[in-house]
Structures are given as structure tokens and as C-alpha cells.
Design a protein around this ligand. Sequence first.
Ligand SMILES: [Zn+2]
Length: 446
Amino acid sequence: MFSTSQKIALAMAAAVLLTSNLMPLKSSPVMAALPSETLERGNQIPPAPAEAVEPAGTEDRQTAERPKEKTVDWRVEAGDTLNRIFRANKAPVEDLQEILAADAEYLHLETLRPGTRLGLHFDEQGQFSELILFLDPARHVTYSRQPDGSFVHHAFEEETFWVSEVLRGTINGSFYASAMQAGVTQAQILLIDQLLGSQLNFRRDLRAGDRFSVIVGHETTGTENTGKTRIEALSLERSARTHYAFLYDNGNYYDENGESVTPAFLRLPTKKRYRVSSHFNPRRLHPVTGRIAPHNGVDLATPTGTPILSTGDGIVARIGNHPYAGKYIDIDHGGTHTTRYLHLHKILVRKGAAIKRGQKIALSGNTGRSTGPHLHFEFHINDRPVDPLTADIPTAAAIPEAEIARFNKKLSERLNVMENAASPSDLAMKFAVCPTDLKMGQGELS
Ligand SMILES: [Zn+2]
């Protein structure tokens, strides 16, 4: 009755109950109960609190015998694995399998770097009931136990703001070195190369003295940076002409005339067309269990060994092997787009490699929890999965006529900022040019 890949999808869906893909802006109730100073420490035991040295006799026997509801705060250290963390906290390792099943559509638990903060919640009965993963200062996800023993994933996001800074520099040597010196990151330089690469050759066409300005946005909660950045505008001034790229509300980049400079994408990652065996569906209803679970991508009925192509230029952000998602690749396309490829047979690229649109990155397969060969393909805009078959993917289209006035207003604001706003890289350059100035205040001027 079901095709093989439908069965796979159903099996994955069965592992997750009522997963919501919606991201409420409010913090979870668990967060409210999680002020860090009251948390029990996992791997760093704090000095005993005052109540631990209460005089005998005041102790209430009933509460002493009953396990209390608690949340253990755990900072991941080098060498930590989820398995080890669960054992150390006496959380059932069987639950970990259910949690990984719930994470297969997200892969959030795949990047447990040292310093990552986790919370392990135990209920009044002392039963492990929820894993909390803090992604950045504005975002966390929870995996909560359901009555049937499965776990469900929820995402929470606080309101954030973008704060801009201007980085300016002059070409002296390579663009790469000059931009790095101005404070532009490696990933941002690669994006600049993609945005302007069709207009000039960065190795051949730049001369010493050519100037550039980049407006970099930093995402913040108001008190803390989340670590996310974006290029909001850039200009590169050569003697022949000045090149521009402006980020517009739709996540794409345009030049000063409203023509697209975002490299276009392929719709699907295969050369030949394959049957869609399961569609994107944020609230897919499992016909047998009646559970609702998201399917964050589209499944293509590719036989094992089918060449898989990157749908856009980008950088290999992650590769991995997940018990449910199988061998997978994440590609960061710069700006706001990422793609994901699951259940691969063989990965042909390395993490960090620069990839061209249409480049062969893998052979499709049947790895992970998959009972038949297929490719699961995801397309994300601003970290949200969208339907790859219908999403508004970047094409070579210009700004629509109706929005030109709005675009031009934004463009002139950003031009003004690039030309006139104070820049930290300008200040850094002044100090670098004149290091003896720093000593003047100390009376060392000759
Ligand atoms: Zn799928």
C-alpha cells in the first residue's frame, strides 16, 4: 500500500509525536524555572549551599525521601558524548534513542561542541523527562517525554535585533588579506566573492588602492550577540567602476539597479528527474498512529548511487552520520540559504570545502533509518525549512517593479552608511599606521 520511501517516512514520523514546527517567540516555561544560579551543576559542583548545613531535626523526612523535580545544567566538555552525559546523570540511555529519533528532522544534537549548554530535567518522580539544548543566547530546543515513551522536539526563540557596523579597507595585497585585516570574516569574504564574482575576477582585476566598504549586521538579544552575522550591503570601488550588493527583505542580494546578484539555485539536486515519494509537510499526519510530525524536506526516489548535486554555490558546513538521518551533508550558501541532503551512500566532499552549483557532492543511498533507497532534500531560508518544490528560490530575477521605490529608499540609506558612518576598521587602521602615537601619553615622545 505504501511505497518503500513512504514507509521510511512513516517510520520516522512514528518516532515523533506532535512535533510542532512553529517557533513561539516566548521563552518556554522550563526556561523560566532555569535561572542559572539556582541550577544544579553537572560537571562542576558548586560550594554547598546554606541549606545543606541545616541543623538536624529541622529536616522534613517526607521531602527528603521523595526525589525532587530538578534540572541539571551541563556544559559540554571535550570528549563528552550524549551517551556519556546521560550515564553521568543517571538518565536512561534508551531515552537517548528516542531523542535522536525526534532530532532526525532537525539534527540540532549533531553539533555538541565544548561549551554547549544542556539541561536535563527530572520530574517529581525522579524520572528523566526533558532534554534542553541551548543553541545560542536567543534560541533553545527541548525534547520532551510523551506518555508513550517517545520524545517530541520543540523550538523556542526570543526576539532579536540586528545591529550594523561598517568595515572599510583599502586593497593592499590580496582582497582576502585586506578584507581580513578590516575585520571581515572568512565566510563573509566567500559570500562577497560569490556576489561579485560574475562581475570581476578578484585575483586579476583589483589594484592596490581600490577601496571597499561592508555593512555587517550582528544579531543580538539586546544584551548579548547570538553569533549570527549577515552582510547587509557592500561596495567595491575600482578605478573603472564601483560594484555593489544590497541585501533586500526577501533574503536576496541586488545591485544598485535592483538586478539580482545572488547566484541562482537549481530547484532539485539531481540531474535527472525522480519521482517525489514523500512531500514536504510541516504537520504530516501518520495514518496508523495518528501522530502529527513534520517532514522538513522532500523525498526523491533515487536508486542508490545516484549522483547528488549541490543546488547552489556554497561551503560544506557539516557532514555526519546520524542513526536516523544516515550520512548527511549541510551546505551553507552564504546569506540566508542552506541545503541538506540525507541518507547518503557516499559523501564526496569535505567539511569547509567551497562548492559550485551543480557540483557532485555525494551518491544517494539508504543509510540511517531508511528501509529503501531515496534522497531526503531540505532547503532552508533563515534557518527555517521550506518546501523545496515551491519555495521562492533565488533566481536571476530583478526587484519587482512595484517594490523599486522601497528598494531605492533602503539602498540610499545604506549607501549613506557605507560612505559616512564611523567604522571600527578605520580606527584600527589609524592605530596600526602610527603605533608610536600610543606611547605619546606615556611621555616617550622623542
Ligand atoms: Zn524525508
